[in-house]
Design a protein around this ligand. Structure first.
Ligand SMILES: [Zn+2]
Length: 101
């Protein structure tokens, strides 16, 4: 179950907001003087997080059962680059949601 503030999230003048600016989630330009481009890039990445998570959940295929042959008929899924990317996608979803995939 997703518990975060629903998107879209936006960044305006360093403030990360949701619901069309009705909620302030944080101030993101902490390092503005030292690395303004990096801070702006960080802000864009954070603001895109709900969209990225939704997109990843939508396209991540289910993981084959552990020790089952994968789509390439490899017994060890770790030997398949495609299956490793699927596992990485599920790990990223779990990191974002706090849920086991
Ligand atoms: Zn595979």
């Amino acid at each position: 179950m997703i518990e975060y503030t629903p998107g879209p999230w936006d960044v305006e003048e360093g403030y990360l907001t949701a619901a069309g600016g009705r909620f302030t989630l944080g101030y993101l330009y902490k390092w503005e003087k030292d690395a303004p481009k990096e801070a702006a890039a960080n802000a864009r990445l954070i603001a895109a997080a709900p969209d990225l998570l939704d997109a990843l959940i939508a396209i991540a295929p289910p993981m084959p059962p552990f020790n089952a042959p994968c789509h390439n008929n490899l017994v060890s899924q770790i030997d398949c680059a495609h299956c490793r990317r699927i596992a990485d996608a599920h790990a990223a979803i779990a990191k974002a949601t706090g849920e086991q995939q």
